[in-house]
Design a protein around this ligand. Structure first.
Ligand SMILES: [Zn+2]
Length: 271
């Protein structure tokens, strides 16, 4: 039996998310069949009175850094940057419907089509929100304050939901790193004058799974169709994760001992 809107609303109610601000990281496939597609999930949150936030990243806007924008310890080997040749050298705009679909998934893609959605002013790592507090949460995002919407989420006593995805997808853990004094990496995108400028971005998230053991007691776990939802209170989770990263900086490191981004992040980020 395909999942219906009322089923998703039931899970939202059960987990205490009704009327709350919610940052959703999801695998739509994990739900099983859903009547009406990804739009049904978004409508379920909206009809529950939630403000829904999703990452809607667009790394295609990255550009090659000029010599004067290449700080040390920046998780980038400037002599070898094949990953930068993919940029299309255009200018990001908040009205854009573009998204890295493969990385973000179909729910964030559908968010961009919702009337009245608010998209953040960040060329590479924008968040998009719908619902009562969408504007308040998103308007604070800037190229050099990528995590601002998640700070707002915590202030609004909001929640982070992992729906069928792992802790390595929880973008807020980059904010937890920042709370410990680490600087986020500096990447590059065109500003409105088509000049390359800095934009903050998170590093390698694969080691975040190591934090699971320390935040596992904070979430509510509930099935929505076939999808396992893990519902984390944003504020508590951020504080707990930041405390653990402070005490054990190596915990965010992925399995690859040579991972440049993990090594540079552990050392404190760009100079
Ligand atoms: Zn790594």
């Amino acid at each position: 039996m395909a999942l219906k809107k009322k089923d998703v609303m039931e899970t939202i109610k059960k987990t205490g998310l009704a009327k709350k601000c919610v940052c959703l990281h999801s695998s739509f496939k994990s739900f099983g069949a859903v009547d009406g597609g990804p739009e049904t999930v978004i409508e379920a949150f909206l009809e529950s009175g939630c403000t829904l936030i999703t990452p809607t990243f667009t790394f295609g806007y990255i550009v090659f850094p000029p010599e004067n924008l290449r700080p040390k310890r920046n998780g980038a080997d400037y002599a070898h940057m094949p990953w930068l040749t993919t940029g299309k050298n255009s200018i990001y705009n908040v009205s854009s419907g573009e998204i890295d679909l493969h990385e973000m998934g179909v729910i964030p893609q559908a968010m961009l089509e919702v009337e009245g959605r608010v998209r953040g002013n960040h060329p590479l790592c924008s968040f998009t929100a719908v619902g009562p507090y969408a504007n308040e949460i998103i308007k604070v995002q800037e190229p050099m304050d990528v995590m601002a919407p998640l700070r707002e989420l915590a202030l609004f006593e909001g929640f982070i939901v992992l729906a069928g995805v792992g802790v390595n997808r929880m973008t807020a853990l980059h904010l937890a790193e920042q709370m410990t004094g680490r600087k986020l990496f500096l990447r590059w995108a065109n500003n409105k004058d088509k000049v390359p400028a800095y934009a903050e971005a998170g590093g390698c998230p694969e080691g975040f799974v190591n934090l699971d053991a320390y935040i596992n007691h904070l979430d509510k776990k509930e099935k929505c169709g076939e999808s396992l939802w893990r519902v984390f209170p944003a504020n508590k989770t951020l504080k707990q994760a930041a405390r653990v990263i402070q005490l054990k900086p190596e915990i965010t490191h992925c399995k690859d001992a040579n991972c440049l981004r993990c090594n540079d992040a552990m050392a404190g980020g760009p100079l």
